[in-house]
Write a protein that binds this ligand. Structure first.
Ligand code: NAD
Length: 458
């Protein structure tokens, strides 16, 4: 079995770097080291742990452009997006650098004594990262985990390991002690599986596909290991007839084309009230025509290539081998030649049961369907196994609140398609996952609550 892996630039199909893959033995060594250094890391004065995380944030900022350029070749991300992603790691670290001094417990009134709760770290935490957002998703795991006093082993995705590996080096440069945060590039079936079965790993923080997440949860049950699962999505973009149609249509393309559609939050089911369907489609088609697809290193590019030839085949299969179940309404353009390109594509599914309407495609493909009224919109929005995000476009405040309450998803935006802010919780309902990342909630996911009762009677 080969122990090396070629990292391919998705825009050129050239090898960026050949890396050594880590096996079970190295994984066990890293976990043993994480166990060993655990007491000194959790035992640091909270302000000192915070200072080290703040320093890590500053070092990431010093290397922001380098990290962004590396992500362009590692994952094919547009340079603008990649800068945002490196900046997000910086910001997440800065946000959680304040946490060690704010891990507040409670004092609960009881008879006969004093009752307090203490938030304690879990121990060694593992983070498993997918290929679509290699930097932010790594940071959403390691930053709160470290802040809460855990030590961390992290596995990047096979296809896109380079930026996470660099973050591991920058952590050392920032003064995070060796063994506290270790990046282990390797296969899911080797390193990832070992995280799940290793008795000293107390938690698996996994982001990836629903099928792999389900398998991890089953295996983790053997040791009652804690899991956070951030999984797939098929989010609705609901456009009511009282919305500002120009704004809703202008926002629709990048709400599913960001990262070439390889985004768990992509709004890939557009629901448009029947009375404004044609007016919306006219504006949407014009907006799609303006999307710039091409060289991800070019400052003006909005959409780059897919991550791999395999991913492009998967996407193509949904649109072109669907047995006539979808009509293509219109398409954008994509470069010819080397690179894993696929044009932005808008389809009109025939039925809500169509694969293209129900399954996560993870590419630049969106379906559009009309609805009649508010109840119909809610029914269609919830007619999916997933529940990660979504948008609601309306100028009626009451409707915005009613529909936000009724849609079963963890992250909703009204008159916006943004989903992620480092200070607010992120996660899914139903098959989109279990638990929350980011914001104050993530700290709960990386701590145990201990209750201590101190008698005053003796
Ligand atoms: P994937 O499930 O194939 O792999 C994710 C990670 O798990 C990779 O690092 C992989 O090596 C590892 N892995 C694979 N098999 C494993 C196993 N048996 N045990 C342990 N680890 C294993 O997903 P992907 O194709 O890399 O990423 C795309 C998926 O991620 C999409 O479904 C997308 O929706 C999802 N995603 C979800 C979120 C979210 O926050 N909800 C964010 C980004 C991506």
């Amino acid at each position: 079995m080969s122990t090396t892996h070629d990292v391919i630039n998705p825009a050129t199909e050239e090898t960026v770097r050949t890396i050594e893959l880590v096996g079970v033995e190295e994984t066990d060594e890293a976990v043993a080291r994480a166990v060993e250094v655990g007491p000194s890391w959790r035992g640091l004065a909270p302000a000192d742990r915070g200072r080290l995380l703040r320093r890590f944030s500053e070092v990431v900022d010093d290397h922001l452009e380098e990290l962004a350029q590396l992500e362009v070749t590692n994952a094919g991300h547009t340079v603008g997006n990649a800068r945002w992603e490196a900046g997000n790691v910086r910001d997440v670290l800065a946000y959680y650098s304040a946490a060690p001094e704010r891990l507040f417990g409670r004092q609960i009134p009881v008879a006969g004594g004093l009752d307090i709760t203490i938030k304690e770290p879990l121990g060694v935490v593992s983070v498993i990262v997918p290929w679509n957002f290699p930097m932010p998703i790594a940071g959403w795991g390691f930053a709160p985990a470290l802040a809460a006093g855990n030590t961390v082993v992290l596995k990047p995705a096979e296809l896109t390991p380079l930026t996470a590996m660099r973050l591991g080096e920058l952590a050392l440069e920032a003064g995070i002690p060796e063994g506290v945060f270790t990046v282990l590039p390797g296969k899911g079936s080797v390193v990832g599986e070992r995280f799940v079965t290793h008795p000293d790993v107390r938690k698996v923080c996994f982001t990836g596909s629903t099928a792999v997440g389900q398998g991890i949860m089953r295996k983790a049950a053997d040791q009652l290991k804690r899991v956070t699962l951030e999984l797939g999505g098929k989010s609705a973009n609901i456009v009511f007839d009282d919305s500002d149609l120009d704004v809703a249509a202008a926002a629709a393309p990048m709400s599913f084309l960001d990262n070439a559609g390889q985004d768990c939050c992509a709004r890939t089911r557009i629901l448009v009230q029947r009375s404004v369907f044609d007016a919306f489609m006219e504006r949407f088609e014009a907006a799609m025509g303006d999307v710039r697809v091409g060289d991800p290193g070019d400052e003006s590019t909005q959409m780059g290539p897919l991550v791999s030839a395999g991913q492009r085949e998967t996407v193509r299969g949904f649109v072109e081998e669907s047995g006539g179940a979808v009509d293509v309404a219109f398409r954008g353009s994509a470069p010819e030649g080397a690179g894993y390109w696929y044009p932005p594509t808008v389809v009109l599914p025939r039925a809500t049961t169509d694969r293209v309407w129900q399954d996560e495609i993870f590419g630049p493909v969106v379906g559009v369907m009309p609805f009649d009224d508010e109840a119909d919109a809610i029914r269609l929005a919830n007619d999916t196994a997933y529940g990660l995000s979504g948008s609601i476009w309306t100028r009626d405040v009451g409707r915005a609140i009613r529909v936000s309450r009724a849609v079963e998803a963890g992250n909703l935006s009204v008159n916006s398609h943004s989903s992620v802010r480092y200070s607010t919780p992120f996660g899914g309902y139903k098959a989109s996952g279990i638990g929350r990342e980011l914001g104050p909630d993530a700290l709960d996911a990386f701590t145990e609550v201990k209750n201590v009762f101190i008698s005053t009677e003796s």
